[in-house]
Design a binder for this molecule. Structure first.
Ligand code: ASP
Length: 403
């Protein structure tokens, strides 16, 4: 009897095939075919994920809260989760800064002319207005805009209120649990299409990323990826081992499908359904994962923080600005906040980089120097972001005294 390949194995094969086809198209001179005929299938897959992400976050968080059956437990899980996120993100900033400074001092960063930067500066309101905007004025608008922070707030309020209403809310409880079972089935179906998404996106990226700009920024990319790898190996291996008593190999094998999917889709939010499968595989408690993962895919961005630190130091060196220790501390604080404010969608971390640059007095338009290769940075940072969410769900499960 033929045995079906596991999802991680399918995703891995899709990745290798995607790279092979991408290289053939690149060297064969028909890269545009991948954009015209392969990428659209990846887009369909990501559209499907995006279309279920709001009901998944809403229902899985409310269902998680109802299963915990106690707002104190929700509070305890919430505090542990946020502490884990903040500490690991701050460590990520330190790692990012360390690598960036080593590369800069060794003269490995290219010096590009900032005047050549072309970037249309996008408005962003700063920290306080981000805080205010977390609270929705119109629930339906939060859903249609897929504003995940607002959806999380709505889930917390409704989950808490259903618990508080006790017996009278039985109908609502049953509705949430029944609707969530339906969404889980749908999610399972969409995830089974993940290899198609991975294959088509990978082929497109490999075939179309401009090689000239890639070569000139190669060392900056290498610097960021060293930061991502060291953070994963040090922080997630250590937390899996120390807090969850799990071997790092087991952890990374379990998280593999979500990591590859995040790498190719560059969206933590779109990867959420796959992360849920992986976290369950690794033994994270359902109600805890249902709470931690949506929150993590919205506010926990260690890869983004590393990227923002590396980019800030690199752009400062292009602008001939030597950063002082105080400015380094400013980078750690602003990159932590900026990564929290970054939405789990493709390219969002680059837009939030503006917050770090503004705090340092570097013109935001300099982002134009690295915009062309943002997808390459984004693949690694999203992969790390998602791995951090899964690591947190496993650790919090253990801290809450579950297996
Ligand atoms: N694409 C990243 C994510 O979804 C966010 C970013 O651009 O840094 O996690």
């Amino acid at each position: 009897m033929s045995k079906k390949l596991s999802l991680p194995a399918q995703v891995f094969i899709a990745l290798i095939l995607g790279i092979a086809v991408g290289l053939v198209c690149y060297f064969g001179g028909f890269a545009s075919l991948t954009a015209d005929f392969l990428k659209p299938f990846g887009d369909i897959f990501v559209n499907l994920l995006k279309f279920i992400v709001v009901p998944v976050v809403l229902l899985s968080m409310i269902d998680g809260i109802l299963s915990m059956n106690d707002m104190r437990k929700v509070g305890s899980v919430g505090v542990k989760t946020v502490c884990y996120f903040l500490v690991t993100t701050a460590i990520a900033c330190v790692i990012g800064l360390a690598f960036a400074n080593i590369f800069k001092s060794a003269g490995l960063f290219p010096i590009l002319d900032p005047e050549s930067a072309e970037y249309e500066v996008k408005e962003f309101g700063g920290f306080m207005s981000t805080l205010v905007s977390i609270f929705p004025t119109n629930m339906w608008k939060s859903f249609t805009d897929a504003n995940m922070l607002q959806v999380i707030v709505i889930s917390l309020f409704f989950g808490g209120s259903i618990l508080a209403a006790g017996e009278k809310a039985k109908l609502c409880r049953d509705f949430v649990s029944s609707a969530y079972s339906v969404i889980e089935k749908l999610m399972g179906f969409i995830i089974s299409l993940a290899p198609i998404g991975v294959f088509t996106y990978m082929a497109w990226v490999v075939a179309t990323q401009g090689s000239e700009i890639l070569v000139s920024l190669l060392l900056v990319i290498v610097c960021a990826y060293l930061g991502y790898i060291v953070h994963a190996v040090l922080v997630y291996s250590a937390s899996a081992r120390i807090f969850a008593g799990m071997s790092p190999v087991k952890f990374f094998t379990g998280a593999f499908a979500a990591m590859i999917f995040a790498f190719t889709s560059t969206s933590s939010a779109a990867t959420l359904p796959v992360s849920k499968e992986c976290a369950a595989e690794l033994g994270a408690e359902d109600d805890i994962a249902a709470f931690v993962l949506p929150l993590g895919s919205t506010i926990n961005m260690d890869g983004t923080a590393i990227y923002q630190c590396v980019a800030a130091v690199f752009l400062a060196s292009c602008a001939n600005i030597s950063l002082t220790i105080t400015q380094m501390i400013i980078i750690v604080v602003t990159a932590t906040l900026a990564s929290i404010g970054t939405a789990g969608v493709s390219g969002a971390g680059m837009i939030m980089l503006a917050m770090v640059l503004e705090a340092l007095g570097i013109p935001v338009a300099y982002i134009g120097l690295i915009v062309a290769v943002d997808r390459i940075f984004d693949m690694g940072r999203t992969c790390l972001n998602v791995t951090g969410d899964i690591a947190c769900s496993v650790c919090v499960t253990k801290w809450e005294g579950k297996k």
